[in-house]
Design a protein around this ligand. Structure first.
Ligand SMILES: [Zn+2]
Length: 261
């Protein structure tokens, strides 16, 4: 792997980390005793389950403190924490049907039992149907959470769950296109210290922000600049000129697409 690739993946890692922290905070903020679903990449599902399990089982609703429940965690296991399925393989109908009983058992150390189901975008129809009653009237103080990579969920099941979505790994700051020439010049100053990879990420953020605003032509032009930077080692001064021309002089960069494609 080249040095640049390593740098890019490290950056991606930190954005993933930020997005992970924000979905955890969002769930904690909105969930009291309701069942919920999270749309989140497969490789983060177990991690999310453990993080939220700690919070939901904590006597003080903090997680990671010194209450009896928090001190009963051994790695990723806890006597009142149930995880079934995996990101690649949803729980089968038998596992789903036995959940009712599992959650109804008296909690061992916490004041409730919680169940996380992984890979729920791959649930079979009978398995999904078998969860209807459980999600409608969960026994005791139990909480049921369905984690899935894609938002594929029976409408009847969806209506019983609060849904949280993992945000795109690009941080918000990268979607802020400089509003004035002054801001742009400020950005250029900071960009002079950036690696090309970072600049590419910023440009991706701007492109998606422009698309979101319906400014498709501008988005396409900026995308052309981004591809140019990605394909060729564009000197920073040239990149600055290109961006400046596109953003502030309304100069059409459509000719770029002829060069690129
Ligand atoms: Zn605790």
């Amino acid at each position: 792997m080249s040095k640049e690739n390593v740098a890019a993946s490290e950056e991606e890692q930190s954005y993933l980390q930020e997005s992970f922290i924000s979905i955890v905070a969002e769930v904690k903020h909105n969930i009291r005793d309701t069942n919920f679903a999270c749309i989140i990449p497969g490789f983060l599902q177990k991690k999310l389950a453990v993080e939220l399990g700690k919070y939901l089982l904590c006597e003080n609703r903090i997680g990671g403190d010194s209450c009896e429940s928090c001190t009963s965690w051994v790695g990723e296991s806890h006597p009142d924490f149930i995880v079934i399925g995996s990101p690649d393989k949803a729980p089968g109908i038998k596992e789903c049907m036995s959940l009712w009983e599992e959650i109804s058992l008296s909690p061992v150390v916490s004041n409730r039992r919680v169940a996380f189901l992984l890979g729920c975008d791959k649930l079979s129809l009978p398995a999904a149907n078998s969860l209807l009653k459980l999600t409608e009237e969960t026994p005791g103080e139990g909480v049921v959470a369905l984690l899935m990579e894609e938002e594929k969920i029976l409408p009847t099941l969806r209506s019983r769950l609060h849904i949280f979505r993992f945000k795109s790994p690009l941080p918000k700051a990268f979607e802020n296109i400089p509003k004035s020439k002054e801001d742009f010049l400020k950005w250029l100053k900071s960009a002079s210290k950036m690696e090309n990879n970072e600049i590419l990420l910023v440009l991706s953020g701007w492109v998606s922000a422009l698309m979101g605003n319906g400014e498709f032509r501008k988005a396409a032009n900026l995308e052309a600049v981004r591809v140019l930077v990605e394909k060729y080692n564009v000197p920073k001064e040239m990149l600055e000129d290109l961006l400046y021309a596109e953003l502030w002089e309304g100069y059409s960069l459509e000719f770029l697409s002829d060069v690129l494609w």
